[in-house]
Ligand binder design. Structure first.
Ligand code: ATP
Length: 284
């Protein structure tokens, strides 16, 4: 038997840090949703009790550093599965981009192995397992649109935002999430995003208000460290995207665009100075 799972990329419509906690984690409030840009995973049982990962790309780890490997190991140990699995990752989500590619692969592995090994683990339990692997994994297990609080693992599902195009551009730099959070002065943030207004915009399907209400407190840190991310953001605005924001800790910047007629022009404009550009739909 072979199981296939899609692992979509996530974007942050908002990312706020409320404070730094005594356990070292940041207390966050984020609105997250998924876009139709996805890795594709296949999972097959192996006769030997081992986990093997392969991928068509050569620049991600394929050993225990891979989040899909860690997810498989966790589920095997926790549910005492004495079988092996071969997982192939067909990567399409840019790596270390702020799009939770690794977390989504881990989530897809949990969902896929639950089916392959007929474990019947309820979704909430899979999410709790995912929280042991990373803060973004529980959201990726269920997908949809949600507000994430606490260290990012307390989820409140909400309705989908109004449908639109999402253009994503990733400059050729790798940003370490830990580095960006490390440089953030959590208690001195002046411009917190208007999260309640963003939630109202989503509830009322008000696209213009949604675009106005997006915000990410990590932007200032990453834009300061990498001026090319700022230039990219400016280009999106100049080319006429309706709402523009950096996702996660970056460096990917995305633009929301309502009219299809604008998409090609913005896409081509960005391709002028960025090789990795994608135009996709929200996953609603
Ligand atoms: P986050 O914001 O959670 O740090 P990200 O979207 O910025 O995630 P990822 O694409 O998840 O970044 O990659 C972060 C690092 O994780 C990479 O440097 C990569 O080596 C490692 N990694 C582990 N497993 C995977 C995987 N399945 N796919 C991609 N990268 C992975």
């Amino acid at each position: 038997m072979k199981i296939y799972e899609k692992a979509p990329a996530k974007i942050n419509l908002s990312l706020d840090v409320l404070r730094k906690r005594s356990d070292g984690y940041h207390e966050v409030e984020m609105v997250m949703t998924m876009v139709d840009l996805a890795d594709r995973l296949s999972m097959e049982e192996l006769p030997r009790d081992t986990i093997i990962i392969s991928s068509q790309v050569g620049y991600i780890p394929l050993d225990e550093k891979n989040l899909a490997f860690q997810a498989a190991k966790l589920i095997k140990e926790r549910y005492e599965v004495k079988k092996g699995v071969y997982i192939h990752l067909d990567k399409h989500i840019p790596v270390a981009a702020g799009l939770a590619g690794g977390s989504s692969d881990a989530a897809a592995t949990l969902r896929g192995l639950n089916k392959l090994w007929k474990l019947n683990i309820p979704l909430e339990e899979l999410q709790a397992l995912g929280a042991e692997l990373g803060s973004d994994v529980p959201f990726c297990v269920k997908g949809g649109t949600a507000v994430a609080r606490g260290r990012g693992t307390e989820l409140e599902p909400i309705g989908a935002p109004p449908q639109c195009w999402v253009i994503l551009a990733k400059p050729p730099i790798n940003v370490s999430t830990a580095d960006v959070y490390g440089k953030l002065r959590a208690n001195e943030i002046k411009n917190h995003p208007p999260t309640s207004q963003l939630l109202q915009a989503i509830r009322e399907h008000d696209f213009a208000m949604l675009c106005r209400s997006m915000g990410n407190v990590l932007e200032d840190v990453t834009l300061e460290l990498y001026p090319e991310v700022r230039q990219l953001k400016d280009a999106f605005i100049r080319l006429g995207a309706d709402g523009v924001l950096m996702s996660g800790s970056g460096p990917t910047v995305f633009g929301l665009v309502l009219k299809e007629s604008k998409v090609t022009r913005i896409y081509n404009g960005l391709r002028g100075f960025c090789k990795e550009v994608y135009a996709v739909r929200l996953l609603t």
